[in-house]
Ligand binder design. Structure first.
Ligand SMILES: [Cu+2]
Length: 65
C-alpha cells in the first residue's frame, strides 16, 4: 500500500476529484482518500511511477504535499 500527501483538498468534492484522478492511473486500485489527513492511500496492482501519480493529481487541480 502506498500513501501520498495531497495539498488543497477542502471538501468532499475535492475527495471525489482526487479519487477519480487516481482511478485513472493504471495499476492503482483500492483508493481511499482521507480529507482530514489530506492524504490518499492505494494499492498497486502493477508498479506505479510517482510522477504519474503527481501528474494525475496536478491535472485534477491539487498538489502532492
Ligand atoms: Cu472541494
Amino acid at each position: 500500500m502506498a500513501t501520498v500527501k495531497i495539498k488543497g483538498m477542502s471538501c468532499n468534492h475535492c475527495v471525489m476529484a482526487v479519487q477519480k484522478a487516481l482511478s485513472g492511473v493504471e495499476g492503482v486500485t483500492n483508493i481511499k482518500v482521507d480529507l482530514e489527513k489530506g492524504e490518499a492511500t492505494f494499492d498497486q496492482a502493477a508498479p506505479v511511477d510517482t510522477n504519474t501519480i503527481k501528474e494525475a493529481i496536478q491535472k485534477a487541480g491539487y498538489q502532492l504535499g
